[in-house]
Write a protein that binds this ligand. Structure first.
Ligand SMILES: Nc1ncnc2c1ncn2[C@@H]1O[C@H](COP(=O)(O)OP(=O)(O)OP(=O)(O)O)[C@@H](O)[C@H]1O
Ligand SMILES: [Mg+2]
Length: 324
């Protein structure tokens, strides 16, 4: 099966201070998104999640490697095909207040993408589509919302408007970059279940970026763990959560607070220096912070290895699955 969207050995370099004058935000990532599937991308701040997402959405060019949509490298797309791609892949950002034009009403905000893409035949059909998507995202009755402006909405309602203006273009993939991290805990669950409904009812695939492994577990089929520009573990979400193979994934899981203080696990929080993508360590890039590092970890850069069916990790200590 051809993947809907695929990164092949994608790298992204940015200008930076320091000796080389470059930093490597994404360093050779290969990843496939299948139609209708949800892939969560997790990792510490600065590990390259947003940069990878922007390249996958065709909004930032890869320095090396390819991003393929339905098997074709998007670098070769002309304007018409890029526009079609931008319709099919919709991006939802962390802060809906920044992405929503404050001078427009909710009705205008949701109708705008239809106009930009030349999809609004007449006012009546446009209004009908706006009403339909507003109700689909839980802003009901739509008539109560169409005339409001972003500042007259709560954070959760604003994020629902952002989702509605993505949905109106009938995307096949949503790239959601920390869509709930700015919201109060009490409204996060509502937005997460909305995303789960959209996936179930409309078959929309998602790249869901989060710091929060619990929301990844709720929404995703698979999870990719990113460290300093690389994917270090990738697998079915239940397998990664219950039997993590990479020491970095284990550290992330151990850092999740436990609700019952009597069950508190020993916290093996990550020590060492905060990683810097302008100075990537030789060998395994995680070795300076790894509690299990051996001397060979400073020499060899581990590749992703199949540790169990569909479950890969990039660690020299991983036992390859039988038959590898
Ligand atoms: N336009 C840019 N120019 C220079 N450096 C950049 C640019 N965009 C990102 N970076 C750097 O690339 C690295 C990865 O950044 P990125 O925003 O992709 O990380 P992230 O995983 O999304 O972090 P966060 O969780 O904080 O959103 C960081 O070191 C960042 O400073
Ligand atoms: Mg980011």
């Amino acid at each position: 099966m051809t993947a809907l969207l695929e990164a092949r050995q994608v790298r992204k370099l940015f200008p930076a201070g320091g000796r080389s004058g470059l930093l490597c935000a994404v360093d050779g990532v290969s990843l496939a998104l299948e139609p209708g599937q949800v892939l969560a991308l997790v990792g510490e701040s600065g590990c390259g999640k947003s940069t990878l997402a922007l390249m996958l959405a065709g909004l930032e060019r890869a320095t090396e490697g390819q991003v393929c949509f339905a098997g074709e490298d998007i670098a070769g797309f002309d304007r018409t095909r890029l526009k079609a791609l931008r319709r099919r892949i919709q991006v939802i950002l962390q802060d809906p207040y920044e992405s929503l034009n404050p001078t427009m009403s909710v009705g205008q905000l949701v109708a705008e993408p239809l106009l930009v893409h030349g999809l609004a035949e007449d006012r009546a059909s446009r209004n009908a589509q706006v009403t339909q998507v507003l109700e689909a995202v839980g802003l009901t009755p739509a008539a109560d919302f169409v005339h409001r402006r972003p500042h007259q909405l709560s954070g959760g309602q604003r994020q629902r408007v952002a989702i509605a203006s993505a949905l109106v273009l009938e995307p096949v993939l949503l790239v959601a970059d920390e869509p709930v991290s700015m919201l109060d805990a009490s409204i996060r669950a509502g937005i997460l279940s909305l995303l789960a409904d959209l996936r179930r009812e409309r078959g929309i695939g998602m790249l869901f970026i989060t710091h929060d492994l619990a929301s990844a577990a709720f929404l995703a089929d698979r999870v990719a763990v990113m460290y300093l520009g690389r994917i270090v573990e990738l697998g079915p979400v239940q397998a990664v959560m219950s039997a993590p193979r990479h020491p970095y994934t284990r550290a992330l899981l151990e850092a999740i607070p436990v609700a019952n203080p009597r069950q508190r696990r020993p916290r093996a929080l990550l020590g060492g220096e905060t990683p810097n993508p302008a100075q990537i360590p030789a060998g395994c890039r995680f070795h300076p912070r790894c509690p299990l590092a051996l001397s060979r970890c400073a020499e060899f850069d581990p590749l992703l290895t199949l540790a169990a069916p569909g479950h890969q990790a990039a660690c020299l200590l991983v036992e390859p699955a039988a038959g590898q």
